[in-house]
Write a protein that binds this ligand. Structure first.
Ligand code: ATP
Ligand code: MG
Length: 350
């Protein structure tokens, strides 16, 4: 029997409510589909920072390396300055473990009405592939003379050929398993160095996949098209910051940010990958038992898919769809159910 070592990090806020639901669903799936899970929890995040002055224990990265995957909630507390390095929990794991793909499906669930009105499940079914290790979020910059009249600040983005090529290859290969279409979203008409280089390298890779339809689109047009013509998209290949923005928009057109799942993937499997909902720790609703657990549970399903447990992953996604079709929904998605009721329904259908 296969046995997977899973690290679980609730993080902060609603992470404490929804991650345990994800774990319950994983345990039910493992019993049903005949594999074992050895789960270890870690208390890292902003709460940990308040107590220990760092966002994770010393040596924790080394320890996390030995796991097959990480199931993660979200970090952040209003009382902790979010420009502190602790926020980098996510960035640190993503970069140290070479999770250079941020895989974010945008798919309308059964029975859910998109805020886009007439758009149906056939129209809203694409994946945002966000470059996850470099670009605008390398946090290379500084504030100089901040309190002076002539103060200024810089942030430098970094794009490497290796970094662009690998995310491009991942996207074109993924497109071959889907509807064979890649839309490269940038702003290379104004970011004339970095993003023009990005476009050039992506274009070179595109030429190696002549069977995949390849188009470029600027981010301003892409945001409008997400709303007006979501059916246009299949694989959306984009940079770190633009992908961050586009995937929240993707979550919104799915009917709630609380539905959005993601995987931070290391496709070569040299280090563990990490799975988390696209939303944050939602401190405004934390502790109330009303957070939508679906983005978290769906992320757990993507984790199983990554581990090779496709049947179990499909069964969880089917149980999620049966739950939304039955109208068992939290308030963010227009329902009246609690976090636990939604998770119980998914468990029942599973
Ligand atoms: P981050 O910077 O970590 O991405 P954020 O500032 O984008 O965080 P979120 O924590 O994602 O903010 O919350 C944005 C809004 O969405 C809040 O009003 C929050 O309550 C709501 N929200 C987020 N996740 C959920 C969820 N799972 N269920 C219900 N509402 C949610
Ligand atoms: Mg956010």
């Amino acid at each position: 029997m296969k046995n997977y070592k899973i690290a679980v990090v609730n993080g902060d806020g609603i992470g404490h409510e929804i991650v345990p639901m994800g774990v319950e669903v994983l345990e039910a799936a493992s019993a049903k589909f005949g594999f074992k899970l050895a789960i270890t929890s870690f208390p890292f995040g902003a709460g940990y920072y308040q107590e220990h002055g760092d966002f994770m224990a010393e040596g924790a990265m080394e320890e996390l390396k030995s796991f097959d995957a990480i199931l993660f909630g979200a970090v952040g507390l209003p009382a902790v300055d979010d420009t502190l390095p602790f926020k980098l929990f996510t960035n640190k794991v993503r970069t140290a473990f070479k999770q250079y793909v941020n895989y974010r499906p945008v798919k309308l669930l059964d029975g859910i009405q998109s805020p886009l009105g007439t758009k149906t499940q056939a129209d809203i079914d694409f994946v945002v592939i966000r470059e996850n290790n470099e670009g605008e979020f390398v946090q290379n910059g500084r504030v100089m003379y901040g309190d002076e009249p002539h103060g200024f600040a810089t942030d430098t983005s970094l794009f490497t050929r290796v970094g662009i090529e690998r995310i491009a290859h991942y996207s074109f290969k993924l497109a071959r398993k889907r509807r064979s279409k890649v839309t490269n979203v940038t702003k290379s008409n104004t970011m004339i160095n970095t993003l023009a280089y990005w476009d050039r390298v992506i274009g070179e890779v595109a030429a190696q996949y002549p069977d995949v339809e390849y188009r470029k689109m600027y981010i301003d047009a892409a945001t409008a098209n997400f709303v007006l013509h979501p059916e246009y998209f299949d694989v959306v290949l984009t940079t770190n910051m633009l992908g961050d923005i586009l995937s929240d928009l993707g979550g919104a057109i799915m009917g709630s940010l609380g539905f959005g799942p993601s995987g931070n993937l290391n496709p070569e499997r040299t280090f563990p990958s990490m799975f988390e909902p696209i939303h944050g720790s939602a401190p405004d609703i934390a502790g109330k038992g009303i957070a939508n657990p679906i983005g978290q549970i769906w992320s757990a399903a993507i984790m199983l898919e990554h581990l090779g447990e496709q049947a179990a992953a499909d069964a969880i996604v089917a149980a999620i769809n049966q739950t939304t079709a039955a109208g068992v929904l939290t308030t963010d998605a227009g329902g009246t159910n609690s976090t636990k009721e939604v998770a119980q329904s998914i468990l029942k259908f599973l």
